[in-house]
Design a binder for this molecule. Sequence first.
Ligand code: FE2
Length: 347
Amino acid sequence: MAGSAVARTADKLLREVLKAKKGETIAITCDTESDWAFAAELERAAVDIDSKPLLVRNRAPPHVGRAAEPYLPVESLTGAVAESDVWIELNGKWLIYSSVYEAAMKRKRTRYMCLVGMNRDMAVRCVGNVDVPAVLEFQRTLQRITKEAHSMHYETPAGTNVSFENDPKRPVLVEGDVAGPGEYMLIGQVDWAPIEETINGTIAYDGSVNPPDELGLLDEPVKLDFVNGRLVKVYGGRAAKVYERWLKSFNDENMFVPAHVSYGCNPGARLTGNVLEDERIWGVLEWGLGNQSDSFQARNTKAASHSDGITLRPTLVGDGELIIKDGRYVHPELTGIARNIRRPGAH
Ligand SMILES: [Fe+2]
């Protein structure tokens, strides 16, 4: 890993992606699982543009989101991030969807970017080496295609076979396109919340799933059966048992409700076991269960935690038209733009 590539990536993230300016306060939050050297590189980049960086690190709690709160200095963290102009979250055990995050979103001052667990290598792959305007153009086209599709269905070789309907009034989000205060995710993801009660069939996670902590990369699928938007059965092997036990441990019915579905389209992302990167692998589809972000303008389900799982090599059809075939974007409006996006290792 070349040090200069990391430095260039930190500069690009602040200037080009987050549009950080001189005099702004930039909070960088970490925990004891984070890549401290990447945080320090972001601090250096913030100093270079004459902004005011603030590095904060807490001990990694055993849970994420709302369930982490009893273990966190909630008031101190809230002050640090809600009164900053930019907040970059590098935490391993994420603060997103906790009351710290809710307070920052309510305050409406902060441009928040969720980069949970991002390390230097991943940053270079998924930001430093990426043609940001080209990927954003691809994402906007994918957003338009998805918004126009009412009924969707997809299958994967691992056993996903699920259908759902979209509400044209709900937004389809282009992640990483920063414009003013609000919540932003890493570039290379387009996500939305389908109408929950129309989600029926089987979703088979076969890339990775996290949390819980015990799970990451999967060597056998975790299969989830949904009836009218509610998870009714978890099955597969050992990982499925761990996952089911974890979902039930919260005694929270809302942990069994899908929060969103997402396309991955970051040309640098590869399967590592870190969901932040895995959910952005070119051509994958990913589901989130549990707490639902306000930004989806959907049912707004609040839950104790949130978990994401990756389905590889999907074939997705929207209103009868192929969008992805076996993990390749094949929709005619996408193929031209996709060709201009260099994908390392693509064939
Ligand atoms: Fe998610």
